[in-house]
Design a protein around this ligand. Structure first.
Ligand code: AMP
Ligand code: GLY
Length: 503
């Protein structure tokens, strides 16, 4: 069978690498792929957005199974198109992919199905969202000070009440009498302000716990975890007024902020049978000890002790099964990978988000441990025969460390030549999956010289070992050998503290 993988990251390289190991597979193509997939399989210069081009290629080449990596083509309905053309494809159809493509859809489905998740409200306009944010509890007492003709003591329960009170006291007519000030008391502490702007600013700085989310796909950047009202208003402005995510910001969710440790569960399902994959833990923050900005993921390990058998069973019962059933009832049967991002709160696991595809970089550690033939699993999913296959894992743990470009997740340079990849390929139980790399057109001396960086997350150095310490040591040994200008990585992936506390 010939197989086509759509996408160009580390996830797709890991899928290609695993698919190629199948005795049933004669050729693997990756569209458009990267330098790693060019070396391990065969790249095809078709972008994931070019659905028709991909269908044409699959037809012409006699592709027996196409595997979709990223969420965008799934959301545009690539699976529907392949199926209409009679082509076998792994991934959910457009209507089921909405579980990731629309956070409002996902939350409404969870509410209907009784799946534990943060409380939320949906807004279609910026003023409505602002009004709601400003109606959050702040508990301030506001008094006039100085030579005001009005003697106010106003107990304000919300930010909008507080701002109204400030405006009344600091009325421009009042200000004619010099020396009018406003005093704000919060939990016994008093502060005095002589300008409206400063007083308002203080109110907007009050702590609230809100999470604001653009409804649609925003390349993982559409979520704002806000500590105060100022940040919440700024997020509303970015999403709904300045429209930094375009149509993805037509609707906005405001959620209660959850506390706890984060983890995820990935399962493969044909809409009837659900097979949870081995547990894995990714690291979203850029720097060691989970500091710095959010990223697409700086590393992962599998299995994670956080996901106990009991917890896995609870997630299956409370999240995966009801989600699949609710989608079926909504006539949006789901086939593919269901990825539940979870917060482990002290009231149990709650869903932060659903993804409808393999996680990146979780897939890299999972493919390292998968013993079964991946093509059997993916094909059985597409054929709705998942009940006929069993899944087998290597019990040994695996670790992946992401080597990033200088400046990532902010601005970074491309086309930095990468050294020593060939030497690393010879290390035992180690595999470097490429994420942001390409082959430079003009050939340099030797194979390595031609591989250059082409993204922020460049390489996923992945290793397996008898113990997690051994897998970790192997991954870091390889990571240290690889060189390109500005290369950096987190030093604490699969570290002792993260293994007990989560990434
Ligand atoms: P999402 O894309 O929805 O998973 O959100 C991205 C990140 O924002 C998550 O990995 C969490 O760290 C954080 N997040 C999202 N929703 C919440 C929430 N309700 N409470 C706390 N943190 C959240
Ligand atoms: N590792 C997180 C994701 O794939 O969305």
């Amino acid at each position: 069978m010939k197989v086509l993988v759509v996408g160009k990251g580390g996830r797709e390289h890991a899928l290609c690498w695993k698919l190629k190991q199948s005795p049933r597979v004669s050729a693997v193509f990756c569209a458009p792929g990267n330098a790693g997939t060019a070396l391990d399989v065969q790249n095809i210069a078709i972008e994931p957005g070019d659905t028709r081009g991909l269908v044409q290629f699959a037809r012409k080449e006699g592709i027996g199974l196409t595997v979709i990596g990223p969420e965008e083509p799934l959301n545009r309905g690539i699976v529907d198109l392949f199926q209409r053309e009679g082509l076998k494809v792994f991934g959910p159809r457009k209507e089921a992919a909405e579980l990731e493509g629309s956070k409002v859809f996902a939350k409404d489905l969870m509410r209907q199905a009784g799946i534990p998740t943060a409380d939320y409200r949906v807004f279609r306009s910026a003023p409505d969202a602002e009004h709601y944010a400003l109606s959050r509890e702040v508990a301030l007492t506001i008094r006039s000070r100085g030579r005001s003709t009005i003697r106010h003591t106003l107990h304000c329960r919300t930010a909008s009440e507080a701002i109204e009170a400030i405006d009344r006291i600091m009325d421009p007519r009042e200000m004619l009498s010099p020396g009018v000030q406003v005093e704000i008391e919060e939990r016994g502490q008093r502060r005095v302000f002589s300008s409206t702007a400063e007083a308002r600013d203080f109110v907007l700085g009050r702590p609230v716990s809100l999470v604001l989310k653009a409804d649609g796909l925003a390349a993982g950047k559409g979520v704002f975890v806000c500590d105060n009202l100022r940040q919440a208003l700024e997020a509303i402005d970015q999403i709904m007024v300045r429209r930094i995510f375009g149509q993805a910001g037509d609707r906005l969710l405001i959620e209660e902020r959850l506390d706890g440790r984060e983890t995820s569960v990935l399962a493969i399902t044909d809409g009837r049978t659900i097979i949870p994959l081995e547990s894995s833990q990714d690291y979203k923050r850029a720097f060691d000890h989970d500091e710095g900005p959010n990223t697409g993921g700086m590393g992962a390990f599998s299995p994670t002790p956080m996901m106990t058998p009991d917890l896995m069973e609870q997630v299956e019962r409370e999240v995966l099964v009801p989600a699949i059933h609710a989608l079926k009832r909504a006539r949006r049967p789901f086939r593919g990978v269901l990825y539940a991002g979870l917060m482990l709160t002290n009231q149990g696991p709650k869903v932060l988000e659903f993804n409808v595809r393999f996680g990146d970089p979780e897939t890299q550690v999972l493919m390292m441990r998968l013993k079964s033939d991946l093509v059997d699993l993916l094909e059985a999913t597409a054929d709705e025969q998942l009940d006929r296959v069993a899944i087998e894992w290597d019990p040994r743990p695996s670790v992946t460390v992401v080597i990033a470009a200088e400046g990532y997740p902010g601005h970074y340079e491309r086309e930095r030549p990468i050294q020593n990849l060939e030497a690393v390929e010879k290390l035992p139980d180690t595999k470097v999956f490429h994420a942001g790399t390409m082959l430079r057109a003009e050939a340099g001396p030797g194979r390595d010289a031609r591989i250059v960086t082409d993204g922020g997350r460049v390489l996923n150095v992945t290793a397996i070992g008898d113990t997690i310490e051994q897998a970790q040591a192997r991954a870091y040994e390889a990571a240290r050998m690889i060189r390109f200008p500005g290369a950096w990585y987190r030093r604490d992936i699969a570290g002792r503290s993260s293994r007990s506390e989560g990434g």
